[in-house]
Design a binder for this molecule. Structure first.
Ligand code: AMP
Length: 273
């Protein structure tokens, strides 16, 4: 595995790869969720590039940019074992310059739900992902359904900007007890971790309700709020694949989204129906 930090070095390393290339962008502190994306890529492509970059432009002032978990050595070993060809770990100063040309997330999709709680977050996401796509020129890029809104915005970016690559959505990986894996789970104390389980439990309940024929968004949301009553819930929303709110669940075209604070940690989770 080649470890690459510089832009020119990455261009050269990419140039030398023959055959198909899969790309997995991450912010590091790799866990089983990331590893699932990486394995999917190594299984479907001749080569895999992983990036680890804690992208400053997608953090808002006051968010956890400085304290975001960084575990370079462990991440490097995981990538090596997983069969990654190139691990790209650039410095912020090589990725960003002054007074840049910028991309903007869509007015609607980029500024509702996660985008309204974190205004500008998705502008930073599209900016960095576009840069990374241009540098790695992948045939396929792998993204988790855990970050549903990010995935849908990036799918739109690929479509709107005619990018010559395919996005591959990957199912959310969970702990045995249901908690969705996230690099931010390390912030949780044991008590908070136990409390956080209410999030995945509420989604499981929603899934059971839908299977039993309950399609009313209001009824489903009420039950979910009741399960999460001990948490500081930011939103529970039931939307279609374009993120338009739904009064009734539409089978095959619904995402149920939750954002909640557990102590000082903000967690998101969702269910695709
Ligand atoms: P991050 O390092 O948090 O930016 O995540 C990098 C990629 O891993 C994104 O595409 C995420 O959606 C994906 N990801 C994060 N957590 C999970 C998970 N539990 N299951 C599947 N994919 C995940």
């Amino acid at each position: 595995m080649q470890i690459v930090r510089g832009i020119e070095e990455l261009r050269r390393a990419r140039e030398a790869l023959e055959g198909s290339v899969g790309f997995v962008p991450t912010m590091g502190a790799l866990h089983q969720g990331h590893l699932t994306l990486i394995k999917r890529s190594t299984g479907e492509n001749d080569h895999t590039i992983v990036s680890i970059f804690v992208n400053p432009t997608q953090f808002l002032p006051g968010e956890d940019l400085d304290s975001y978990p960084r575990r370079e050595e462990a991440d490097r070993r995981i990538c090596e074992i997983a069969g990654v060809d190139i691990l790209f770990m650039p410095e912020v100063s090589s990725v960003y310059g002054k007074d840049e040309v910028t991309l903007k997330a869509p007015e609607y999709l980029g500024y509702i739900l996660e985008g309204s709680r974190r205004p500008g977050h998705f502008d930073g996401v599209v900016q960095v992902v576009m840069k990374l796509f241009n540098l790695t020129r992948p045939d396929r890029a792998y993204f988790g359904k855990k970050d549903a809104q990010q995935l849908v915005i990036l799918q739109k970016m690929v479509k709107d900007l005619f990018l010559p690559l395919k996005l591959v959505p990957v199912e959310t990986v969970r702990e045995d007890d249901g908690l969705a894996l996230s690099s931010r789970n390390v912030y949780l104390s044991p008590t908070e971790r136990a409390e956080a389980l209410a999030i995945s439990r509420s989604l499981k309940r929603a899934s059971r309700l839908v299977m039993a024929g309950e399609l009313s968004s209001e009824a489903i949301k009420q039950e979910m709020y009741a399960i999460m009553k001990a948490l500081d819930v930011e939103y529970v929303e039931i939307v279609d694949r374009s993120f338009r709110p739904l009064e009734k669940v539409k089978i095959q075209d619904t995402i149920i989204l939750v954002a909640a604070r557990v102590g000082r940690t903000r967690l998101i989770d969702n269910l695709w129906i």
